[in-house]
Design a protein around this ligand. Structure first.
Ligand code: SF4
Length: 413
């Protein structure tokens, strides 16, 4: 796998550093702890790239472990991952056959925004574009980003990370004399429940180029200015400096000061706007508390004492080292095959993938043998709502003035 290098002003952090210019300096020396979710995403990207470039089938890797270069986490490549990557690669395969210019895992840079006027960017600015395909006759660029997370559904509209990639690719094509008119931006996020795993947005190329000049370039330069401001918002969730950020701590402490005479009220006695207020406060406090917990774990791991707290071993997960060998050993010991193996119908989602290839529509053909049950609902932050904004002095609806200069916007969560 191409080892990912991280730029301080890279694409994946664009939402954060554009909104909170001071985060770049404050994050120096801090790295986000390796997570299982990030490792799964890296493994999926590795599998896709490896299969595409070496003409391999994702299915052949099922059952193998993939070790993340950062943190050494092991990811088990399972059937679901192979199925998702198969769907992703079949879309990429169609682009590869028809596009005039096709690249995967392409490193794009934004240096061109500065070099045209003889300047250079304040820090290296690059990112890795999962897939880019250019159609010369149509003057259209298609870019695709593979997202393997399953917690937060990533929106495709006005997505700074994807616009960063598109801009880098556009600058290269323009440099080669191409005249691009429009950009199709796609996200494939197969593990988020409900809805289409593919999301698309079509944007005039000029809009992305103007955004580069009017927003991204001054935004990058703002990060190296003395006293670049710290600005809290939903982007704090992904900031490596969360545990040491004075602005986030201040916001958490002030929002924690509830106005209920030190006695929590019964939820069923509260009006809707009061409940919304409490949920907004809880969102900010939880964000800060989780940063403190992660920071404490790292501190204890490196020998710092946190009175009353320790790191407890997680329960080890067991799996057969080799399925065939294990089955052989069990049969030799006298167990029957039926006692230690299962033979059952695949899930509806897996069968749908298989029969789709044969041209069948699952619902039309087998709808009568399928029962749909909703797993219920889950509480979520609404589109356009930023819980942090409720407590800023600029919010006229706030019942709590922090007395600081927070600025937040309401981009989609
Ligand atoms: S935690 Fe939030 S406010 Fe603090 S530096 Fe990071 S992004 Fe900025």
């Amino acid at each position: 796998m191409t080892q990912a290098a991280h730029a301080a002003l890279g694409a994946s952090g664009a939402s954060r550093w554009l909104n909170c210019p001071g985060s770049v300096k404050l994050s120096e020396g801090y790295v986000r702890a390796p997570s299982r979710f990030a490792a799964e995403g890296q493994a999926a990207h590795w599998l896709a790239e490896h299969c595409l470039l070496n003409d391999k089938a994702a299915q052949d890797f099922v059952g193998q472990d993939w070790a993340s270069p950062e943190g050494g986490l092991l990811v088990w490549i399972d059937q679901d991952m192979a199925d998702h990557i198969l769907e992703y690669l079949s879309a990429l395969g169609r682009l590869r056959e028809t596009a005039d210019d096709f690249e995967v895992e392409e490193r794009v840079t934004l240096d061109g925004l500065w070099t045209a006027s003889g300047d250079k960017p304040p820090a290296p600015m690059f990112g890795t574009l999962d897939c880019g395909a250019y159609y010369r006759n149509e003057k259209t660029l298609t870019i695709i980003d593979l997202k393997y997370g399953k917690g937060i559904a990533v929106g495709v509209e006005d997505n700074e990370q994807l616009w960063y990639y598109a801009l880098g690719k556009l600058l290269r094509l323009i440099d080669q004399g191409e005249k691009v008119l429009s950009v199709n931006i796609g996200i494939f996020q197969p593990r988020v429940q409900g809805g289409d795993p593919w999301k698309w947005s079509k944007v005039p190329a000029i809009d992305i180029l103007m955004w580069g000049v009017d927003v991204l370039k001054p935004g990058a330069e703002a990060t190296v200015k003395p006293n670049a401001p710290l600005v809290t918002g939903k982007w704090c969730q992904f900031c490596a400096a969360r545990a040491v950020c004075p602005e986030l701590a201040k916001l958490a402490v002030t929002t924690a000061q509830m106005e209920f005479d030190h006695k929590p009220p019964r939820p069923d006695t509260l009006a809707g706007d009061v409940i919304a207020n409490i949920l907004d406060r809880a969102f900010v406090i939880k964000m800060w508390l989780s940063a403190v917990q992660a920071y404490a774990s790292k501190a204890i791991e490196s020998g710092t004492e946190v009175p009353g707290w320790y790191l407890k071993e997680r329960r080890a997960q067991r799996k057969w080292t080799d399925d065939g060998e294990a089955l052989g050993a069990l049969l030799s010991a006298g167990f029957k095959k039926d006692d230690v193996t299962v033979n059952k119908l695949l899930t509806v989602a897996k069968v749908e993938k298989i029969i789709k290839k044969g041209g069948f529509d699952l619902n039309a053909t087998f709808g009568q043998v399928i029962t749909k049950t909703s797993p219920g609902t889950t509480l979520a932050v609404g589109p356009g709502h930023n819980p942090g904004s409720r407590f800023t002095p600029t919010d006229p609806g706030s019942d709590f003035d922090t007395g600081d200069d927070d600025e937040t916007d309401n981009t989609e969560f």
